[in-house]
Design a protein around this ligand. Sequence first.
Ligand SMILES: C[S@@+](CC[C@H](N)C(=O)[O-])C[C@H]1O[C@@H](n2cnc3c(N)ncnc32)[C@H](O)[C@@H]1O
Length: 215
Amino acid sequence: MTDVWSSRAEGYRAAVEQREGEDLDLIVEWAAGAKTALDVATGGGHVARRLRDAGLDVITCDPAPGMHPDVICRAEDLPFAPGSFDVVLTRIAPHHFADVPAAIAAIARVSRDLVIVEDTLYASDRVEEAERLRDPTHIRSYSEAEWRSFLMDAGLVLEEVRHIEKTHPFDAWLARTGCEGEEAERVRALLAERTTPDGSGWTDVKVLLGARKEA
Ligand SMILES: C[S@@+](CC[C@H](N)C(=O)[O-])C[C@H]1O[C@@H](n2cnc3c(N)ncnc32)[C@H](O)[C@@H]1O
């Protein structure tokens, strides 16, 4: 998996829907007052860039060396002492994690105060099939109820929940993972009900959650 992600690094750095969005503005807003942050599964480094621009000291981690993280590690095994960072975040990545409860427990452990998680919200089995066909590293998206449980089980108190729509241009989105030919056609067909009126892309919903450690 790590090598797959390293080979995709440039695509994820450049992708407009990764690089921009009101989700990044909200993350910066929610992190206001924090001095240190850990960006887990940093990918193209978009969260880290925005938080550094806002004046935070940010460490990045990711298991893929090609993403050039500060620390190479999985979210499930964060090699930091408890309470090392004011805020620990992970954006649009947990649907790739092998063990989400373990990852959220690790994230909660190394946070001193705030945890921010954003991920693709479960929509339907058809959307899940399309996501896995387009990208075999997609394990599963979770419902908001599942996210509430993951956070609560890690000893976190949920403070904010937002749903954010993102539109993915089909051509660039499929090319980013090398999905082409009949597979790409099947992915487009599975996403028919979410396809934009002009047919050029599809819209998914992300859930963005802000939670704090229990006092
Ligand atoms: C879609 S990218 C992340 C996007 C990025 N956070 C952003 O805001 O643009 C998914 C990343 O998850 C990483 N990843 C996959 N499995 C992981 C795991 N178990 N723990 C941490 N990161 C993982 C991949 O290496 C990849 O860089």
